[in-house]
Design a protein around this ligand. Structure first.
Ligand code: SF4
Length: 908
């Protein structure tokens, strides 16, 4: 029976909300295909909504003596309360988490109503769980009676009473006028997706039948069985094949409707959305591309809390609680939905928080840091001003967070705080974002409505409640009618398609496992045939479902993956007998542009050569310094992105003292020590006590400076341990320095020179002047390092060779040696190359060196010539605009680069 039989006197009732949405879409498509431009909306609604509508109409016709209907969340809150008020005794399940238990108790109650049983009746063997449920059910019923409330599961019973009483039946029947608007307009109820009808539903439909209303099941479509079976290596392969197959069917027949059924849709929803978007709208996410007409729709929404505009609102409310973790503070600052003002300035504030590295920040801290930055920012003060003012305004919102208040008060407090925080942002929202904002506002109204059933809560309690509501509420934006519908198992059974693909039917997933309700005796559930009560029920249900789906469309494909992780999978026994299809014949390969025949307005893909950027304009200052050489050698695109586009990987929030911070502390300590000592002679002249005092006070100075930046992290025991670590590192290192040939340490250089056409500021960690006046350059390393990175066409660490050439060019003295000074516990010492032996332990002449790569030139001067050649080539490539995505060692070079999102190396 098609949807064309729907008329003004028919209401189509679906088993769930998702099927209702699917059938609305199907109806719209049929109207469009018939050439209609406007049409009357059909009366299609899910069973719970239909019950609710009927009850509201009955209540409207009375003087208010009838109980008020509880919303789903109000009902759940009541169950949570009764469970919390009766803490489980020893004989009861101590495992219960109140929300999960409340949901199961709510479902057990609905099953009892559906089978017209009473919780106090003879249900058979009563386990601890069943006895606990009976006590909760008793409390719940008493609460409902006292509050004059009624739950949705009980509405049908009351409607049966109403239908059988002449005095009240007319109100009910009037309410059934449905969309026709006519009194007693509905003469027929059409049921879709009702595989099994509960005794309660049977009674209700029978009572309505006695009042002249016809109740019919919507007949399922029936075609010849010609289904083929396919298997795929993984579930991703299977879903991608389904998407490509669906797309090809649309290309062949633009008016086709395609159904893809995915058991366990919630588990794979995200992955599936990515795969389908890739197949149906390649390039649709390009900046500035028009949003194409959606060709597919996934019938299952995502939790409202996971929608970014709502997730950021909840995050903003957490800031109101007092503290944000470092990661959350960054997310809040970078959110396009919060804060207003200048986003680039907010990004700088985020970078500053990461640099400081404290584990958490309050609004007061944020305000102080923002004010400090604004004061130091000169030209950026104006951009910062807005944000500083916003933070101050939020701090001024004086709310007592420990005082218990009605949740309705908190709902309005949350609402106005979000307005102050600039939510939902200044830019125009997309349609999906706008709908999510509306859904969140409705959720705040739901929270306010809980005031009738919840006691007053403090701030944290109210926010937790709101977070729970947002996590439970599924959000599905209305996108209009899409020709490809991705469905779960339940809604698929009621829909009608030109093509149908049943995926994921492997032996572990189909039939779905039994899951009896824990609060009702299992024997009773099985005997009465309650849903998911036992494996026999599941098998019988799955067998009937499969048989029906195989004849539900002229072309049906059935599939399963062969593997899940390491586990091999077989086809479900219910589909194993179907003939295997030919995968190559099923989908022929097409060019991406063909989809435009179906999707007007889809973005046109254009291939651009992005390997060469415009040449650097050398009349303007060339930025980047010595790191241009390093980045160009590592990957030309990286050099282009970092030094010309200004791209940066944000630092990963790390509130501990990570290796980078520890490295900086060690660098700073040695810098200050040599500023104090000046050279080796003074070091050797110090007594052991004097040397110890110098090391101790210098380490303390370094740590005090750092502790001022990280007062929450660097304190107490950690501070004492760091002091010890730095002292022992310095002592061990000074021992090595004492054993070298004589040297003085040069004061810090910051001179600029041109090397191979690129300006470089000379800033090695240390320049030692040797007894003969020549120079030795030192680079401190606290991480892994190897001088082999100075050699080869693409040197990994070219800084010291660059500095060496630049200082030679100055001409005041020659550089005769380079070394990495490794400051790792257990691996202290120099490793380097020099003109002659004897400069420092671990630093050898070219002829004596065992360094990998040292022999690629015959002597020290030949190495310098080679470095100049290679560095010149790198500099020239950079200046000419070489921007190839060409990592030196794919994988290893990219691992810590952080620009993968920009260069899209993973798509190559
Ligand atoms: S991630 Fe790899 S390919 Fe991309 S820019 Fe960085 S180094 Fe180059």
């Amino acid at each position: 029976m098609g949807l064309d039989t729907l008329d003004r006197h028919t209401t189509l009732i679906t088993i769930n909300r998702r099927l209702s949405r699917v059938l609305h879409g199907e109806y719209e498509r049929a109207q469009l295909a018939a050439g209609a431009t406007v049409w009357e909306s059909p009366d299609i609604l899910p069973y719970p909504s239909w019950l609710q509508r009927c009850w509201n109409d009955v209540v409207a016709g009375t003087d208010g003596a009838l109980p008020a209907l509880l919303g789903a969340e109000q009902d759940l809150s009541l169950w949570e309360q009764v469970i919390a008020q009766r803490p489980p005794a020893d004989t009861e399940p101590a495992l219960l988490q109140s929300t999960a238990a409340a949901r199961d108790a709510q479902a057990a109650w609905a099953l009892l109503r559906g089978w017209q049983l009473h919780y106090d009746g003879d249900l058979g063997y009563a386990s601890d769980e069943v006895r606990a449920f009976r006590r909760w059910a008793h409390d719940y019923a008493s609460l409902c009676e006292a509050g004059k409330w009624m739950d949705l599961a009980s509405v049908a019973d009351r409607l049966i009473d109403v239908a059988r009483k002449d005095s009240q039946a007319s109100a009910l029947l009037q309410g059934m006028a449905g969309s026709s608007g006519e009194v007693h307009g509905v003469r027929r109820l059409l049921l879709a997706g009702f595989d099994a009808i509960t005794p309660q539903q049977q009674s209700l439909f029978a009572a309505l039948g006695e009042r002249g209303i016809r109740v019919e099941k919507r007949a399922a479509p029936s075609h010849d069985v010609n289904a083929l079976r396919f298997d795929f290596a993984t579930q991703d392969d299977e879903l991608e094949a389904a998407a490509r197959w669906a797309r090809q069917r649309l290309e062949d027949q633009a008016s086709a409707s395609v159904g893809i059924v995915v058991p366990g849709l919630a588990r794979v929803r995200h992955r599936l959305a990515v795969i389908f978007a890739d197949v149906f709208a390649p390039g649709a996410t390009r900046p500035g591309s028009a949003q194409p007409t959606p060709l597919f729709n996934i019938s299952l929404g995502q939790p409202l809390a996971d929608v970014p505009v709502v997730g950021d609102a909840l995050l903003g409310l957490c800031a109101m609680a007092g503290w944000l973790s470092l990661a959350d503070a960054g997310r809040w600052l970078l959110s396009p939905y919060l804060g207003g003002g200048d986003l680039s300035w907010r990004a700088r504030l985020d970078a500053e928080l990461r640099r400081i590295g404290e584990p958490r920040y309050s609004l007061v801290h944020l305000g102080e840091i923002a004010t400090r930055m604004a004061g130091a920012g000169g030209a950026s003060h104006g951009k910062a001003g807005f944000h500083v003012a916003l933070l101050e305004a939020l701090q001024r919102r004086d709310v007592s967070r420990t005082h218990a208040r009605a949740v309705s008060d908190w709902a309005s407090e949350f609402s106005s705080w979000l307005v102050d925080a600039g939510w939902p942002g200044e830019r125009a929202l997309t349609s999906d974002e706008y709908q999510a904002v509306q859904a969140f506002r409705e959720l705040l109204a739901t929270l306010a409505a809980l005031a009738s059933v919840l006691p007053p809560l403090d701030f944290a309690g109210a926010l937790t409640k709101l977070q729970q509501l947002a996590a439970r509420q599924l959000f599905q934006p209305r996108t209009g009618s899409a020709p490809v519908q991705v469905l779960g198992v339940l809604e698929a059974a009621g829909a009608d398609y030109s093509y149908l693909w049943l995926s994921g039917l492997h032996h572990q997933a189909w039939p779905e496992p039994a899951r009896p309700n824990p609060f009702l005796p299992v024997k009773l559930q099985r005997a009465l045939g309650m849903p998911r009560a036992g494996s026999e029920q599941q098998l019988g249900w799955a067998r009937a479902w499969t048989a029906r789906m195989l004849v539900s469309a002229p072309e049906v494909v059935v599939s399963h993956p062969r593997q899940q992780g390491d586990e091999p999978l077989r086809p479900s026994a219910l589909i194993a007998g179907l003939p295997l299809g030919d995968r190559d014949a099923m989908i022929t390969s097409r060019a991406p542009g063909d989809i435009q025949g179906v999707q007007a307005g889809a973005p046109i893909l254009e291939i651009l050569d992005d390997q060469v950027a415009p040449a650097v304009d050398t009349r303007l200052p060339v930025r980047g310094g010595v790191s241009v050489f390093k980045d160009q050698a590592a990957c030309p695109f990286r050099a282009f992105a970092v030094h010309r586009l200004g791209a940066r990987d944000v630092e990963a929030p790390d509130s501990s003292l990570d290796s980078r911070v520890r490295g900086n502390l060690a660098h700073r300590l040695l810098e200050l020590l040599w500023q104090a000592l000046g050279g080796q002679s003074r070091l050797l002249a110090l007594s052991a006590g004097e040397r110890g005092d110098l090391v101790r006070s210098t380490a303390k100075r370094v740590l005090d400076d750092e502790a001022r930046r990280r007062p929450q992290t660097l304190r107490g025991r950690l501070l004492a341990l760091e002091q010890k670590r730095l002292e022992s590192l310095a002592e061990a290192w000074l021992d090595i320095e004492a054993g070298r040939a004589p040297f003085e340490v040069e004061a810090e250089h910051s001179e600029s020179r041109n090397v191979a056409g690129l300006p470089v500021t000379l800033r090695p960690d240390r320049i030692d002047r040797l007894a003969d006046g020549q120079l030795f350059l030192v680079d401190y390393k606290t991480g892994p390092s190897d001088p082999r990175d100075w050699f080869g066409e693409r040197p990994g660490e070219p800084q010291l060779p660059v500095y060496a050439l630049a200082m030679d060019d100055i001409g005041e003295a020659r550089v005769v040696g380079l070394a990495f000074a490794t400051l790792r516990p257990g691996d202290l010492g120099y490793r380097g190359l020099a003109q002659d032996d004897g400069l420092a332990p671990g630093v050898n002449s070219v002829s004596a060196s065992k360094l990998h790569g040292a022999r690629e030139a015959a002597d020290w001067d030949a190495h310098k010539s080679l470095w100049r050649e290679r560095l010149t080539r790198l500099a020239r490539a950079y200046l000419e605009g070489d921007a190839r995505v060409d990592p030196k060692v794919p994988g290893a070079t990219c691992r810590y680069c952080g620009l993968q999102v920009l260069c899209r190396i993973h798509e190559q």
